[in-house]
Design a protein around this ligand. Structure first.
Ligand SMILES: Cc1cc2nc3c(=O)[nH]c(=O)nc-3n(C[C@H](O)[C@H](O)[C@H](O)COP(=O)(O)O)c2cc1C
Length: 221
């Protein structure tokens, strides 16, 4: 009798795992602490501005967790923990953005979709597997397929309802930070907005209130 109960429990567990869709080897929501970002570098702001270019072709080599950490910090890292202020400005410090990381080839990080958590500088697991492939299919731009990692900057439309421009402006600030940080690290990126945001949101199961504003593939130049 006991064996039958155990067997039924195992079958139920298997069914639930498969019906959940994505690979669930790390629980959705599990937090991965990122390495501490560096607050100094070898490239001046002036040089980074001079050299910033949209880069759509990347070396076939992995990104490190240190590079991912630095890029995410540039996009939305907390710089004043007391007030929760970040690297990019935000109208009334309301922070309309969420940055997602789609990892394909990042050393020490499973392929999958992750949400950047600015407070605590961590990644929350959204789903494991080739979600970057789904993003590429929905957005249809080849740098997404080839890049080892891709950022997606989403805006909370409900939170920004009073003035949706604010979330677009904020995305511009965050994206430019990523471009400049990329120059300093020898990484290339490009902002992309030429896609069907609704199709992209559906393909990667974004929360209903979040609109995809920018997609930024990132890779070594
Ligand atoms: C709002 C916006 C949308 C863009 N969308 C795309 C895009 O969908 N795909 C792409 O490859 N580049 C895109 N770009 C990048 C531009 O093509 C690029 O910035 C422009 O050619 C100037 O080159 P530079 O960034 O190297 O100075 C976009 C840029 C902006 C500002």
């Amino acid at each position: 009798m006991k064996t039958i109960v155990y067997l039924m429990a195992a079958v139920c567990f298997l069914f639930m795992s498969v019906s959940a869709g994505y690979s669930q080897s790390a629980a959705s929501g599990a937090l991965i602490k990122l390495p501490e970002p560096k607050y100094d570098g070898n490239v001046s702001v002036e040089k980074a501005l001079k050299e910033r270019r949209s880069v759509r072709v990347y070396k076939d080599s992995p990104l490190t967790m240190a590079e991912v950490s630095q890029i995410l910090f540039a996009a939305q890292g907390v710089t004043e923990p007391g007030r929760g202020l970040r690297t990019a400005p935000s109208a009334r410090a309301q922070y309309f953005l969420t940055v997602y990381l789609f990892a394909g080839n990042v050393t020490g990080l499973k392929a999958g979709m992750y949400r950047y958590v600015p407070a605590g500088h961590a990644l929350a697991v959204v789903a494991e597997g080739d979600i970057k492939g789904k993003l590429y299919k929905a957005a249809g731009q080849s740098p997404i397929q080839k890049a080892p990692a891709v950022l997606l900057i989403a805006g909370a439309e409900d939170k920004a309802a009073a003035n949706t421009n604010w979330m677009y402006f904020e995305a511009g600030h965050a994206a430019q930070n990523v471009y400049l940080q990329g120059v300093s690290l020898g990484l290339g990126t490009v902002v992309m907005a030429g896609f069907d945001a609704e199709a992209v949101g559906k393909a990667v199961s974004m929360p209903a209130n979040e609109k995809t504003l920018y997609i930024m593939p990132v890779g070594k130049k």
